[in-house]
Every structure is written in structure tokens, then in C-alpha cells.
Design a binder for this molecule. Structure first.
Ligand code: CO
Length: 209
């Protein structure tokens, strides 16, 4: 997921050495790299529409994937990334709302499932690393409760609200082949922005609920 108006801080490296004491399982420097390990697929490519498979075992290969996804996400100045966006049909997503704090560990969600959603809804302007340049309002539940496994494979539960709830819902949609442009109400603005950014409006799929 990508939001406008959030500049990426340039001083991660200086502060990163302070984080060396703690040795998290997935250690990533929050810096953009010239050659990110993974390629991000764009609207119109089939991988974004293919539902992802559950992860059976959380092992080193999954942790390596999470790390590569994080490096790719930081390099693209995003705050969230789901595996189908990098051509991997696995139910894993990474989020970092504290990308300016080198000590704050990013979130890794494996097999995330929304247990319940609030009745109250919020509107928020979303963007997506797979649809660069397009920013539009989407209505979603304000808060959610979810279950998932962390990078150790431990079962976890979380109550999320605000930007975290928004981001998790956007990324879980990716795992199901759904994109935020499918949920936009303002069709005129959607078509205008897609055209401006050279995307094909036929690649949007209307939600049928
Ligand atoms: Co996205």
C-alpha cells in the first residue's frame, strides 16, 4: 500500500547501528536499494488477480521472502506489500507504518484472517505500489480483529484500527486477487486517474457482493 504525502526519511543508516543490539529474526535496514530483490507487478498483470495459497510451514524460505519483500517495499517507498504483488502466490504480507524509525520492527502477517470488522466505516485515500500515481478514496471498516502467524510461525491475534486496519485490509485484499481500484466509488475520478497513469480501465473488476 502506498500513501501520498509521506516522504521517506533519509537518515535510516545513521540510526540503524543503534538497532544492532537487538537481533530480530528478520533484520532489514530500512533503506532504498538500487536493485530491489523482487519485481513489483502492475495492474493488468495476472498475478495480481490470482488468489494466494495458505502457507503450510513458516521456515527460513518464508522469512527470506518476507525480508526480500520488505527491502523491495522500502525501495519503492511503500508502507505495505503483499506477496502476489511480487509474483508469489503465498498468503504473506508485510507492513511498516514506522518506516522512519529504524528500531521499530516491521509487521509480517502470515495467513492473516479477519475475524471481525467494525460496523463503522471510514473513508481514506489509498494508493498501491502496483498502481502508481492513482490515489482514491475507499470506504472500509474502521477497525478489525485478525488472526495470523508471525515470522516465527507463532499464532497471533491483533485488534487494528486507523491506518493499520486500513493497510491490513488493503493487503489482505491482494491475497484474494482484489485491488483497491475495484472498490472505488467515484468512477469518473477513477477512470481519469487510470488514463493519466496509462492504466487500462478494463483491468478494474467491479466487486459483486
Ligand atoms: Co496494494
Amino acid at each position: 500500500m502506498m500513501f501520498p504525502y509521506i516522504p521517506l526519511a533519509g537518515s535510516f543508516a545513521q540510526l540503524a547501528k543503534n538497532a544492532e543490539k537487538k537481533k530480530p529474526l528478520i533484520s532489514v535496514t530500512k533503506e532504498a536499494v538500487k536493485n530491489p530483490p523482487l519485481k513489483i507487478y502492475m495492474l493488468g498483470q495476472e498475478t495480481l488477480r490470482t488468489p494466494a495459497n495458505r502457507i503450510v510451514k513458516v521456515d527460513d524460505s518464508i522469512r527470506k521472502l518476507a525480508k526480500d519483500m520488505l527491502v523491495t517495499m522500502y525501495s519503492a517507498k511503500g508502507i505495505g506489500l503483499a506477496a502476489p504483488q511480487v509474483g508469489v502466490q503465498k498468503r504473506i504480507l508485510v507492513i511498516d507504518l514506522n518506516f522512519e524509525d529504524p528500531d521499530a520492527p516491521p509487521n509480517v502477517f502470515i495467513n492473516p484472517e479477519i475475524i471481525s470488522s467494525s460496523a463503522s466505516l471510514d473513508t481514506y485515500e489509498e494508493g498501491c505500489l502496483s498502481i502508481p500515481g492513482v490515489y482514491l478514496n475507499v470506504l472500509r471498516p474502521s477497525s478489525i480483529k485478525l488472526s495470523y502467524r508471525d515470522e516465527m510461525g507463532r499464532p497471533k491475534k491483533m485488534n487494528a484500527e486507523g491506518l493499520m486496519a486500513r493497510c491490513i485490509q488493503h493487503e489482505i485484499d491482494h491475497l484474494n486477487g482484489i485491488l483497491f481500484v475495484d472498490k472505488v466509488v467515484d468512477q469518473d475520478e477513477l477512470i481519469k486517474q487510470l488514463k493519466e497513469n496509462k492504466f487500462n480501465e478494463n483491468d478494474v473488476r467491479k466487486e459483486t457482493k
